[in-house]
Design a protein around this ligand. Structure first.
Ligand code: NAD
Ligand code: 2ZO
Length: 513
C-alpha cells in the first residue's frame, strides 16, 4: 500500500502514481478538492461517496461531497482568477496551455496509470486518451491568439466592431468513462477563451481532474483558474444554481442532462450537453470486411463498451451476415481480459458492481425477448487472485435481434454488440434513424457515392465513414436529438465559451429630436 510521507496539502498526486504502478496498491490521499492552486478539504460537505479501483473492487478513497459553502468559495476564488486571466492576450493564455500540454505529454504514463487504476480501462487505451487530451490543449492554444471580432464600416464614417469576450466562471461536470479527457476537452477551450473553470468529476473517478489542476498551476495558470470540487448530484446542483456561474458544460446521461438544462434555464445560463447514445453502425456488402469487423469491435468494446458514441446497433447487409458474424466472433474471442495495467490487456473491468449487474441484466432481458447470445455476456473472474473482486465480464455478441428489443433501443453502456441484418439502403437508413438519440453513426462501404449519401441522411452529430470512434481534436464532437447540443473540439467550440460584444462608434454629431 502506498502512503505519502509528505504533508497531504502539498502532496503531488504524481508522487503517488510513480510509487503505485501495480494494481491493488494505490490509496488516494485526502484532500481531494482543488481550490486556489492547492488541494484543500471542502469547507462543508453534503455526504460522502466511495471511489473504487474497479480491477480489484477495493475502495481507494471516500470523498467528502462538497456542500453549498465550498461551492461558493470555489466560485468566488475562480472569479478572482477570471479577473486577471480574462485581461490577458490570447498569446499569453496560449503559453500557459502549451506548457500544460507539454507537461501532460511528459507525464503521460503516470496520468494513464492513474486513469486505469481509477476507471478500469486498459492502460493501452488510457494512453490514447491522454494523447487526445494534450492535443486538445495544444489545439486551443493555437486558436487563442486568433480569436477576434470584425470591423464594420457604417454611413458617414461611423463604424462598428465586435469583440469576442469570455463568459466568466464556467462549470464543467464530467462522466466517469473518460475522466481526464473530458476535463481537458472542457477546460482547454474554456481557458483559451479567457474563462475560469470549476470542474466536478464523477464521484466514481475523482482522481485525474486533480492531476490536471496540478498541471495547470505548475504551467502558470493563476490560482483559482481551474478549481476542482468533488461530489455527486447535490454538489452538481449547487454549481448549476450558483448565480455567479456563467455557463455549464455537462457530459453524462440524458436524464441528468435534462435536469442540468432545467436548472440552467432558471438562471438563463447557456449549456453544452454531451449526452448518451445508441448509435447505428451500417455495414454494406461492398465493404472491406476485415476493416468492418475491426470497426465493429472498436465501436463496441472500447473502454469495456462504456463509450457514449459506441455503434452498438450493428446493421449488416444480409448477403455478408454469416461471414461477418464468424469473423467478429473469432476476433472477440481473442480479446485479452484482465489486469488493466498489464501491457497486453485490452479489456479491463466495468466501472462498478451495480453497473456490471445492470449490463448483465440487459443481456438477460435480450435473451428473454428472443435474442441469441452468440458469444460472452457472462461475469468473468481472472485467474490472478488479487482481481477476484473486480467487475469483469466477457464481451457479448447478440444475434437474432430485432429493432424493438430493449437491447437495441436503450443505451447499455457495456460491451454488448447487437447484430441486426438488413436488405437495402433505404430500409437501413429508416431503421438507423428510428431512435431518440443522435450522437454518432458509422458506415462501411467502398462505394464513395453511397458513403456520402448515407452520411448526409443519418440524423447524428458525427458520422464515421470506414472507421469508428476516432476523435481528432480538429473535428467538432456532439449530438443531435436527445444526445444533446453544443459541441466539443473543433473551431466552433470557441463560440460555446465566448460571447460577442458589438461596439458602435459615432464619427459625426448626435441627431436629436
Ligand atoms: N456525449 C458525450 O460526449 C458523452 C461522453 C461520455 C459519457 N456520456 C454519457 O454519460 C453517461 C454515463 O455517465 P454517468 O453515469 O456519469 O452519467 P450521469 O448523468 O449519472 O452523471 C454525470 C455527472 O453528472 C453529475 N450529476 C448527477 N446528477 C446531477 C444533478 N442532478 N445535477 C448536477 N450534476 C449531476 C454526476 O455526479 C456526474 O458528475 C452515458 O449516458 C454516456 O453516454 C456522454
Ligand atoms: C474518444 N471517443 C472514443 C470518441 C469517445 C468520446 C467520449 C464518449 O464517451
Amino acid at each position: 500500500m502506498f502512503l505519502c510521507a509528505v504533508r497531504p496539502r502539498q502532496a503531488s498526486l504524481f508522487r503517488s502514481v510513480v510509487a503505485a504502478m501495480s494494481t491493488g496498491t494505490f490509496v488516494l490521499l485526502q484532500p481531494l478538492n482543488y481550490r486556489g492552486g492547492v488541494r484543500v478539504e471542502p469547507a462543508d460537505s453534503c455526504g460522502t461517496e466511495k471511489a473504487f479501483e474497479p480491477a480489484t473492487g477495493r475502495v481507494i478513497a471516500t470523498l467528502q461531497c462538497s456542500g453549498e459553502k465550498e461551492v461558493d468559495l470555489a466560485v468566488k476564488n475562480s472569479m478572482l482568477a477570471f479577473k486577471s486571466w480574462s485581461q490577458k492576450s490570447g498569446m499569453e493564455r496560449a503559453q500557459v496551455l502549451l506548457e500544460a500540454a507539454r507537461m501532460i505529454k511528459e507525464q503521460k504514463d503516470a496520468i494513464a496509470t492513474m486513469e486505469t487504476i481509477n476507471n478500469g480501462k486498459s492502460v493501452f487505451e488510457a494512453r490514447q486518451d491522454v494523447d487526445t487530451s494534450w492535443q486538445c490543449l495544444e489545439y486551443y492554444a493555437g486558436l487563442a491568439a486568433s480569436m477576434a471580432g470584425e470591423h464594420i464600416q457604417l454611413p458617414g464614417g461611423s463604424f462598428g466592431y465586435t469583440r469576442r469576450e469570455p463568459l466568466g466562471v464556467c462549470v464543467g461536470i464530467g462522466a466517469w468513462n473518460y475522466p481526464f479527457q473530458i476535463a481537458c476537452w472542457k477546460s482547454a477551450p474554456a481557458l483559451a477563451c479567457g474563462n475560469a473553470m470549476i470542474f466536478k468529476p464523477s464521484p466514481f473517478t475523482p482522481v485525474s481532474a486533480l492531476l490536471l489542476a496540478e498541471i495547470y498551476t505548475k504551467a502558470g495558470a493563476p490560482p483559482g483558474l481551474f478549481n476542482v470540487v468533488q461530489g455527486g448530484a447535490a454538489t452538481g446542483q449547487f454549481l448549476c444554481q450558483h448565480p455567479d456561474v456563467a455557463k455549464v458544460s455537462f457530459t453524462g446521461s440524458v436524464p441528468t442532462g435534462a435536469k442540468i438544462m432545467e436548472m440552467s434555464a432558471k438562471g438563463i445560463k447557456p449549456v453544452t450537453l454531451e449526452l448518451g447514445g445508441k448509435s447505428p453502425l451500417i455495414i454494406f456488402e461492398d465493404c472491406t470486411l476485415e476493416n468492418a469487423v475491426k470497426g465493429a469491435m472498436v465501436a463496441n468494446f472500447l473502454s469495456q463498451g462504456q463509450v457514449c458514441c459506441n455503434g452498438t446497433r450493428v446493421f449488416v447487409q444480409k448477403t455478408i451476415l454469416d461471414k461477418f458474424i464468424k469473423e467478429v466472433v473469432e476476433q472477440t474471442e481473442k480479446i485479452k481480459i484482465g489486469d488493466p495495467l498489464l501491457e497486453d490487456t485490452r479489456m479491463g473491468p466495468l466501472i462498478n458492481e451495480p453497473h456490471l449487474e445492470r449490463v448483465l441484466g440487459f443481456i438477460k432481458s435480450a435473451k428473454k425477448q428472443g435474442a441469441t447470445v452468440l458469444y460472452g455476456g457472462k461475469p468473468y473472474v481472472p485467474t490472478d487472485p488479487k482481481l477476484k473482486h473486480g467487475f469483469y465480464m466477457t464481451p457479448c455478441i447478440l444475434t437474432d435481434c430485432t429493432d424493438d428489443m430493449t437491447c437495441v433501443r436503450e443505451e447499455i453502456f457495456g460491451p454488448v454488440m447487437s447484430i441486426l441484418s438488413f436488405e437495402n439502403e433505404e430500409e437501413v437508413l429508416e431503421r438507423a434513424n428510428d431512435t431518440i438519440y443522435g450522437l454518432a453513426a458509422g458506415v462501411f462501404t467502398r462505394n464513395i457515392q453511397r458513403a456520402h449519401r448515407v452520411a448526409a441522411q443519418l440524423q447524428v452529430g458525427t458520422c464515421y465513414i470506414n472507421n469508428y470512434n476516432v476523435s481528432p481534436v480538429e473535428l467538432p464532437f456532439g449530438g443531435y436529438k436527445k444526445s444533446g447540443f453544443g459541441r466539443e473540439n473543433g473551431r466552433v467550440t470557441i463560440e460555446y465559451y465566448s460571447q460577442l460584444k458589438t461596439v458602435y462608434v459615432e464619427m459625426g454629431d448626435v441627431e436629436s429630436f
